[in-house]
Design a protein. Structure first.
Length: 284
C-alpha cells in the first residue's frame, strides 16, 4: 500500500507541478477539468447511478466547465457570483451536517446530483481564476488546505478529547476532534503570517491571498484564515457523509493507494470558491 501511495504521488506531482508553473494557466486548467470530470463520475456512483449515467454526469460537468471557459469566465472578475457561492456553501454545509448520514438519502437524487455538479464546476472555475491571478495566489490557497489538514491530524493525535468531551462529528468521521480543528486553524494562521512576511521580503509581484487580506486589515487575515480552515473541514465532512451513506470507504480506486479523486479534493470544494470570495472583497 505504501509503495502504491508513493508511486501515485510521484506521478501526480510529475504532472501537476509543470502545469502549475507553466508560463500560461491553460495546462493546469485543463488538468483540473479532467480531475473535476472524474470527481463528478465518482460522485454519481456514490449516489447509486448506473455506469452510463455516471459517465454522462461526468461528461456534463466537463461540458459545463468547457462552456464557462469558452465564455471567458476564467479571466473575468465575478465578485457577485463568489459572494453568492460563499453564502450557499455555508448554508448548505450546515444543513447537510445537521441532516447527517441518514438524512442524505432523503434529499431527492436529482437535487443531490445537481448540487454535486454545481460544487465541482464552481471549484474548477475558482482554481482556474486563482491560477490566472498568479501561481503565488493559487499556492497560498492550496497550501492552506494542506496545512489545515496536517495541523488537524497532529493536534488531534496529541490533544484529542483533552479539552472537550465530544468528538467533532462521530457519526460522520469518528477520527476528527475539536482539538484537531483548532490545531488546523492555528497552523493556517502561522502559515499566513509567514507567507505575508515572505511576500514582503521578496516583494512578490502577485500577492498571496493572505497579503490581499492584510491590505484590508489584520482582522480580515485572522477571520479569513479561521473561516477557510473551518470550511475545509466542512468539505471533508460532507464527502465523508456521502461515502458513509453509500457504504463506501473511498470514492473510487482511480488513484491507487489514495482512493479516488474526490477523496483528495473534498476540502478544496468549498475552500477555493470561498477564497475567491474573500479575495474579491479585499480587492480595492
Amino acid at each position: 500500500m505504501l509503495k502504491q501511495r508513493v508511486i501515485t504521488a510521484v506521478v501526480l506531482l510529475a504532472i501537476l507541478l509543470p502545469a502549475l508553473f507553466w508560463r500560461s494557466p491553460e495546462p493546469l486548467i485543463l488538468i483540473a477539468l479532467v480531475l473535476v470530470g472524474a470527481s463528478a463520475w465518482e460522485f454519481a456512483r456514490l449516489n447509486n447511478c448506473r455506469p452510463v449515467a455516471a459517465v454522462s454526469l461526468g461528461a456534463l460537468c466537463v461540458a459545463a466547465c468547457a462552456v464557462t471557459w469558452a465564455l471567458g469566465w476564467t479571466h473575468r472578475p465575478l465578485p457577485i457570483l463568489w459572494i453568492l457561492v460563499g453564502g450557499a456553501w455555508v448554508l448548505a454545509g450546515a444543513l447537510l451536517l445537521r441532516l447527517g448520514v441518514r438524512g442524505w438519502p432523503t434529499i431527492p437524487r436529482r437535487l443531490r446530483l445537481a448540487g454535486g455538479v454545481a460544487a465541482l464546476w464552481l471549484a474548477w472555475l475558482a482554481i482556474a481564476q486563482a491560477r490566472v491571478a498568479g501561481v503565488n495566489f493559487l499556492l497560498s490557497v492550496l497550501v492552506l488546505v494542506w496545512v489545515a489538514d496536517i495541523g488537524a491530524y497532529f493536534a488531534g493525535r496529541a490533544f484529542g478529547l483533552k479539552f472537550t468531551r465530544n468528538k467533532l462529528a462521530p457519526a460522520i468521521s469518528p477520527g476528527k476532534s475539536w482539538e484537531g480543528v483548532w490545531g488546523g486553524m492555528l497552523g493556517v494562521l502561522l502559515l499566513a503570517l509567514g507567507w505575508i512576511a515572505g511576500d514582503r521580503q521578496w516583494d512578490a509581484v502577485v500577492p498571496s491571498l493572505y497579503s490581499r487580506l492584510a491590505s484590508v486589515g489584520w482582522w480580515l487575515v485572522v477571520a479569513g484564515c479561521v473561516f477557510l480552515a473551518a470550511m475545509s473541514v466542512v468539505g471533508d465532512l460532507v464527502e465523508s457523509l456521502v461515502k458513509r451513506s453509500a457504504g463506501a470507504k473511498d470514492s473510487s480506486n482511480l488513484l491507487p493507494g489514495h482512493g479516488g479523486v474526490l477523496d483528495r479534493v473534498d476540502a478544496l470544494l468549498p475552500t477555493l470558491p470561498l477564497a475567491m470570495m474573500l479575495a474579491s472583497l479585499a480587492t480595492p
